[in-house]
Design a protein around this ligand. Structure first.
Ligand code: SF4
Length: 378
């Protein structure tokens, strides 16, 4: 049985958790694959046929997820790399675009929605990046559209970066794109590849934050709050704009003090004027996540609260509790945030926005406000 405390001593480069790499035959001669294998000299590599299931002998799903996070499959993405974020019409959406660089990650958050989405336990990373860049070329050729693009939807943007070096490729690609910005979202401190890059202000480095208790107990193998904030300071010194996401906000004993402490530390350490946006999102999850997560993490308590079914088919807290959580965090954020930083709610209705002190119409203007938060500083 897993105990959260077993992991929390090991807050290191998440890529160091990879024990073995499986490599699809057709990808072995790609220049990018060879670069990755050069960096992974200490890791065993097995070449397997295309579309072959890696044999990781991990037992039945979902318990196999724990072991699966030590195995990395380098393969081709045979679908699309670039898609709109799957928002729901009933909630205010930020018009984000997802760049799909892989699936799953070596860190292990109790609430990770991927446990319910994925049907295999290993980590996949796509090495056909020429195809990825061609697809981006096509999308960005559209006139009169500004794109906010993120790689952190189905994986963590930087958790494997010391192995893959993908951030260098993407930051260089984005540098002179006038119609887009890239957001790299992480819970790691794997930012060394971002140093000394000519990023042209087109990459934003973002961290998910939570209360100290949630970060320590429910986000296994991730960097601590202090480590994340120190990494953010480094990125600010290298000229990057920053973003932070309080998502998922979790109701737990001491939540008021915990979130207030995180927000205080954030603004004590990080220059407020460098922060482009800060989002807030209450815990929400597909019903199938709860039994999966509780099988893997039986000591976690937060799934035992009461939830309602949202219009997106996901469980979420009652409206009154969500508003109480958001108001509390916003109270502390509004005291210290820079006026140019865009504060916003993720996947909530116009009414909830207004109950939380936002002006009428502000929720509907979210995509424009986010675009402005980056464009005005370029
Ligand atoms: S860091 Fe993100 S992708 Fe990785 S386990 Fe946590 S929630 Fe899932």
């Amino acid at each position: 049985m897993l105990k959260n405390s077993d992991y929390n001593q090991q807050r290191i480069d998440p890529a160091r958790h990879i024990r073995k790499i499986f490599l699809e035959e057709s990808c072995r001669d790609l220049a990018y694959t060879r670069e990755i294998l050069d960096r992974a000299r200490d890791i065993e590599v097995e070449i397997i046929g295309d579309r072959t299931v890696p044999d990781i002998q991990a037992g039945p799903y979902p318990r196999s997820l724990t072991k699966g996070k030590q195995y990395l499959l380098l393969c081709k993405n045979r679908g699309s790399f670039f898609k709109p974020c799957p928002g729901t019409r009933e909630y205010c959406c930020c018009d984000y675009q997802v760049l799909n660089i892989g699936m799953n990650c070596p860190m292990d958050c109790v609430y990770c929605i991927l446990q319910a989405y994925l049907n295999n336990p290993w980590i996949s990373f796509f090495v056909n990046i020429e195809d990825l860049l061609s697809e981006l070329d096509l999308a960005l050729a559209h006139k009169n559209q500004f794109w906010r693009i993120g790689t952190g939807e189905f994986t963590d943007s930087l958790a494997l970066d010391s192995l893959t070096g993908l951030s260098k490729v993407l930051v260089a690609y984005m540098r002179d794109k006038k119609s887009a910005v890239l957001e790299l979202k992480t819970k790691s401190v794997s930012v060394e590849n971002l140093k000394d890059l000519d990023h042209g202000g087109r990459t934003i480095v973002a961290w998910s934050l939570n209360s100290p208790a949630i970060m320590a107990g429910e986000e296994l193998k991730t960097a601590s709050l202090d480590q994340r904030l120190q990494a953010a300071v480094k990125c600010a010194q290298w000229g990057y704009r920053l973003a932070f996401h309080f998502d998922p906000i979790i109701y737990h004993p001491g939540w008021r003090e915990g979130y207030a402490e995180t927000i205080k530390k954030l603004f004590d350490v990080v220059p407020a004027e460098k922060i482009a946006w800060i989002s807030l999102g209450g815990l929400r999850f597909l019903p199938s996540l709860r039994p999966t997560a509780l099988t893997r993490f039986p000591n976690s308590r937060f799934f035992h609260e009461e939830f309602i079914m949202g219009l997106d088919g996901k469980c979420r807290y009652f409206r009154s509790l969500r508003v109480e959580l958001y108001r509390h965090l916003l109270y502390h954020l509004r005291q210290r945030a820079h006026p140019a930083t865009c504060l916003y709610l993720c996947m909530e209705s116009e009414e909830i926005w207004q109950e939380c002190g936002f002006a009428p119409g502000q929720a509907g203007r979210l995509p424009l406000d986010l675009d402005r938060a980056v464009c005005d500083s370029l």
